[in-house]
Design a protein around this ligand. Sequence first.
Ligand code: ADP
Length: 683
Amino acid sequence: MTSDGGIKIPSRLPLLLSHEGVLLPGSTVRFSVDSPRNMQLVSQRLLRGTSLKSTIIGVIPNTRDPEHDTDDLPTLHKIGTAGIAVQVVGSNWPKPHYSLLITGLCRFRVSSLLKERPFVLAEVEQLDKLDQYTTPATEGAAAEDEELGELSKKFYQAAVQLLGMLDMSVPVVAKFRRLLDSLPRETLPDVVASMIRTSNKEKLQVLDAVSLEERFKKALPMLTKQIEGLKLLQKTRKMNPDNEKRVLSVRKGGVFPGRQFNLDGEDEEEDGDDAVALEKKVHGANMPDAALRVCLKELKRLKKMPQSMPEYALTRNYLDLMVELPWSKSTKDCLDIRAARTLLDNDHYAMDKLKRRVLEYLAVRQLKTSLKGPILCFVGPPGVGKTSVGRSIARTLGREFHRIALGGVCDQSDIRGHRRTYVGSMPGRIINGLKTVGVNNPVFLLDEVDKLGKSLQGDPAAALLEVLDPEQNHSFTDHYLNVAFDLSQVLFIATANTTATIPPALLDRMEVLQVPGYTQEERVEIAHRHLIPNQLEQHGLTPQQLHIPQETTQDIISRYTREAGVRSLERKIGAICRAVAVKVAEGHRVTKTEDLIPESPTQQGGKTLSSLSLCVIIRAGTFKHKYNQNTMANIETIKYCIQYIVKIVDQVTVLILPPAIYTSTYNGRVIREFLQMTRLIAV
Ligand code: ADP
C-alpha cells in the first residue's frame, strides 16, 4: 500500500452502497447492511478476506441498492470514501442483516465500474493524501497559500470556541479536544463536520468538496451555526433553569462518531422527559412511604438502564402499575338505609330474608364505618340472583363493583401475583381488580368460592384467607408489587353454590346467607317485573310489540324450565324476543296483523291482541284439544293460537295440519306465519 506518493488505497475497490449515512474521512460510522449486493460484499469480501487490504471498501453515499438482485444498479454518486471495516456484526433477526462499523480513510472518485455482481467492484482514483493523518500537526499545517491559511486558522479558532462551550468532563468532548490538537488542520473540516450536528445533505457537500479550500468554506458555516445554536440554548437555560437537563443531554450526545450534537435534542429528551413524567406521577400517586421508596429506587435503576434492555420494560411496567394503583383514591359512601331498601326492593323480587340481612349489614356499616364484620357469602343454586344482589349493594353504597371469578382457580399466584423474577410475571386478581376500578374501596364479588381448586402451585384458598381477614388485609402484599396494599376499605362479598366444598378455614371467615330457589308464583312475578322488561330493552323491543300474558309465563315455567333460579326462564324469554325482533325487523306492522284478523281485537285477560300475535304459539293442551275436535279452521282457534305463545319443539312435530285447514281461504297466511314462528323458536 505504500509508494513514493504516500499511502495508497487499492485501485480496485468493492463498493458499499449506502443511503443512510455519509462517511467522511476520519470519522467512524455504523452502517446496516441488508440489500443483496451489500450482503454479498460482506460475506464474500469482508468475512472471507484475510489481508488488511480485503477490509478496505469504498462507501458510496446517497445510493439505495435495489431490494432484488435482478434489478439494475442505480446511478452511483461519483465521489465516495474509502474506509476500513473495523467491525462486522451479523444477525438473523428480524431478517438476515449485518451491521458494519467503518472508519473513513480518504476520498476517491469512481473511474469505471468493473462488475455489478455479486457486489459492485470499481476502478477508483484516490483524491486525498492518506499520510496527512499520520503526519504531525506542525508539518501538515503548512498552508499552501494565504487564503487557505487564513481559512484554516479561522476554522481552528471556531472549533476551539465550540470546545469552550462544552463540558470537558464528558469523555467525548475531551477526545474532541485531543483530536483538535493532534490532527493536521487540513483534516479538520472532515472530522468536525462528522462530529457536529449536520444533515446528510451538508455532509455530502463536504464530501464533494475535493479542494481543501472549498471544504473549509463549506464546513465553516456549519461550525458557526452550531456555535450560535449552543449560545442560544445557554441563554434560554439561564432564563429557564429547567432546560439545564436539555443542555446537558446536548453535550452528552455530542462529540463522538456516529452521534452528533443534537440541538433540538428531541430524541434524547424524549427519554429524559419520560422519566421525569414518571417521577412526577410517582410523587403524585399519593402512595405510602414504603411504596414510594421502592418506586424511587426502581426509577433510579430505570434511568440508568438502556431502553433496549429487557429489564427496562419490566421495571417500566412495574412502575406504571404502581402509579396507577388507587393508593388513596376512594369514592364517598352515600348510604341511606331507606333508599337502600327501595333500591333492593326495586331490583329484586322476593328474597326477603336475604334483603333483610343485607340491610342490617348496611345499617351497621352506616353507624360504624370501620366495620370489621364477617364477609357475607350468598349460597344458593345458580340463577337465584346472588351476583345481582352484590351489584345492588355496590349501587346502594355508591361504590364501584368488580367481580372476580374464582371458579377453576387453582394457583395461588392468581390471587397473590407472581414474583417479579419470573418471566411474564403479573399481579394477582385482587391488585388487578383495584387497578381496573381505580378506587381503593370497591365492592369485590368473589364469585364461586366453592369452586376454587388446589394444585402444586399452592392453595388459592389459603391466599384468600389473608385477603378476607380484616385483621390482616390492611397490609396485603401481592408478590408482584412486593409492598403492602391496604385492602381494609374493600367490601368483599362471596358467592357459592354450596358450602360443602368451601375450605373450612375460609368458610369460618364468612357469614353464610342461604338463597333458596323460587316458587312458581315468585318466578312469574320476577319474569314480569324484571326479566321481560330487561329482555325487551336488550332486544330493542317495546311492550307494544311483545306482550307475554301471565298464563304464558306460567306455561313456560312449568313446561320448559326446570330450575331453582330464573336463568333458564330468562333465556326462553330472550328466545321469544329474538323471534319477535326478526318479525319486527322484517316490517310486520300492527295494522298488517290486524288485517289478518278482521274481527275486533279479542280481549283476553284484559289484554289487547295486537302485533304480538305474530309470535304466539299454541299451548299444547289447548291445541290438541281444539285439533281433536277438528275445529282448527275456526277463527277463534286461530286467534287463540296466535294469542298464546308457548315454545315447544315436539308440538311442531305433532302439528300435521289437514289440507283443508291449511288452504282455508282466510287463514292460509296466518297459519304459515305461525309455522314459521314455531320453527324459529324451535331453533
Ligand atoms: P347467580 O349469581 O345466583 O347465579 P344472577 O345474579 O346472575 O344469579 O341472576 C341471574 C338473573 O336473574 C339476573 O338477570 C338477575 O337479575 C335475575 N334475578 C334473579 N333473582 C332475581 C330476583 N329476585 N329479582 C329480580 N331478578 C332476579
